[in-house]
Design a protein around this ligand. Sequence first.
Ligand code: T3D
Length: 262
Amino acid sequence: MAYQFVKFTVEAGVGTIVLNRPEVLNSFHRPMGREFQKALEVCRDDPALRAVLITGEGRAFCAGQDLAEAAPPGKPLADIRSIVEQTYNPAIRLIRAIEKPVVCAVNGVAAGAGANIALSCDIVLASEKVSFLQAFCHIGLVPDSGGTFFLPRLVGLPRAAAMMLLGEKIPAAEALGMGMIYKVYPPESLPEEALKLARHLAAQPTRGLGLTKRLLNQSLQNDLETQLNQEAELQAAAGVTEDYQEGVQAFLEKRKANFKGR
Ligand code: T3D
């Protein structure tokens, strides 16, 4: 597939997806949504890809839905439900279902669905200059793209409610302080740090990391008993991987492990 609205590159086991409509702050229209999904599917399906990095081109990460597409001036409103179901929901499902680490490097403002796409990723890094904004309330919409699922679990209900009802800009340092994101960097170091992290993850025991992600996904709904059983089952699966054997062997031989992702 030819990509026009995302840039998709593959290098050193990392699939890098760059949202690429900088003139509208990388807001999503349907074609960009389709390309984003396609790139995520490739990351899911290609065993040579062992980590994913998502970021934005230009001064923004993503300003959510392209409002000119959703509400074109002088024309009937678009079918908002189908936009949510076809552009955002499949992308969020894919990010959570890919059994490989998905890193998000928030290089600029992350608003609306853009903020919630970032929050659905496994490890979120941000430039210290950016802000996160649950912009939906300013235009009479409800939060989507899994925001009402992830945000209360990340920061608790009171903060999630305030962010979603007020739509204030939350600076990266505040987001970090309340556990919304993992680390912040000066803007000039973010791309390099994010790539370094993604490359590191791509050289780790991918199957074990993927099963860890599955356990974390399930832990959001399961009770302790169910989760303990799941851990035993997936530990058994991790314990028969080549990477487990290599990890233990390398430890005993006091050398660096050479993981293959199998
Ligand atoms: O179909 C549905 O609607 C359902 C799906 C909903 C999912 C959602 O994401 S709803 C929420 C949509 N997003 C927003 O409401 C955010 C809108 N944008 C902003 O509030 C601001 O742009 C930002 C706070 C993100 C950044 O502000 P600032 O001052 O840095 O930039 P700006 O000047 O507002 O924007 C720069 C350009 O990008 C500008 O175009 P221009 O004047 O240079 O030609 C602006 O119109 C354009 N732009 C920014 N966001 C969007 C956009 N164009 C279309 N859609 C956008 N979301």
